[in-house]
Design a protein around this ligand. Structure first.
Ligand SMILES: Nc1ncnc2c1ncn2[C@@H]1O[C@H](COP(=O)(O)OP(=O)(O)OP(=O)(O)O)[C@@H](O)[C@H]1O
Ligand SMILES: [Mg+2]
Length: 215
């Protein structure tokens, strides 16, 4: 199993969007997928409730309280973190992850939060012991904008790999309101949107398997 934690203390940077779309991508790839919601807002669980039975199934887990255990018989586990995760809960989650994905928006405030968060993660003992991979994803990027260029320069100096950009698309909200991710849609229609996710998906597969091999 590969466990992916989607986290960033900054609210609204795209954690749930990335967690749900990753889960949909894995499920559509034929992998047994679980999506754990650690946020009291329960957005990922709500998304799962809306999910039609005609698309590949994703197991929903409510990880809002306590110290939940990962389920058995799962290939990919995606954890959607809340913005304000208590430090002790955060330490428990990172103790068993293979890949941490940090979405970051093109804004100086978001860049600053991400930079501090990366430093905090890299100091974490469990992350170091497990040699978990940590990657930044630039989210809601608008082509040829100054903010996008600034963000790309900022992430290059952040000590963890920049694993690509997800462009700003109204489609994400549209599909989310039907319990879908973009990998649930027929490819020819939205090939270029799905292509944004390939570097991140490749990173998770490569880094995740390396992580599992260290156990
Ligand atoms: N690439 C994108 N293109 C367009 N809209 C996006 C994109 N990513 C996220 N959004 C939108 O931005 C808003 C916030 O996204 P999301 O809920 O995923 O953030 P979050 O980090 O989970 O927020 P919170 O910290 O409250 O949990 C949502 O309305 C979502 O649809
Ligand atoms: Mg969220």
């Amino acid at each position: 199993m590969i466990t992916v934690l989607v986290a960033n203390p900054k609210g609204g940077c795209g954690k749930t969007t990335i967690a749900t779309n990753l889960a949909a991508a894995f499920a559509n790839g034929g992998l047994r997928t679980a999506l754990a919601d650690a946020d009291r807002q329960r957005s990922s669980l709500y998304w799962l409730k809306l999910r039609p039975s005609t698309v590949p199934r994703i197991l929903g887990l409510e990880w809002i309280k306590g110290d939940p255990k990962p389920p058995k018989g799962i290939d990919r586990l995606v954890i959607d973190c809340p913005a304000g995760l208590r430090p002790w809960r955060f330490r428990r989650f990172v103790a068993r992850v293979d890949v941490v994905v940090i979405p970051v928006l093109p804004s100086p405030f978001d860049e600053r939060t991400a930079e501090r968060f990366v430093k905090r993660i890299l100091r974490n003992k469990a992350i170091r012991r497990r040699r978990a991979a940590v990657g930044l994803v630039r989210n809601r990027v608008r082509a040829r904008s100054r903010a996008a260029d600034h963000l790309e320069i900022a992430t290059t100096g952040m000590d963890v790999p920049d694993v690509g950009e997800i462009r700003d698309r109204a489609l994400y909200l549209e599909v989310a309101s039907n319990g879908l991710g973009i990998f649930d849609l027929p490819t020819p229609r939205i090939e270029t949107v799905q292509a944004d996710w390939y570097p991140l998906l490749r990173y998770i597969e490569t880094a995740g398997w390396r992580g599992s091999a260290n156990e």
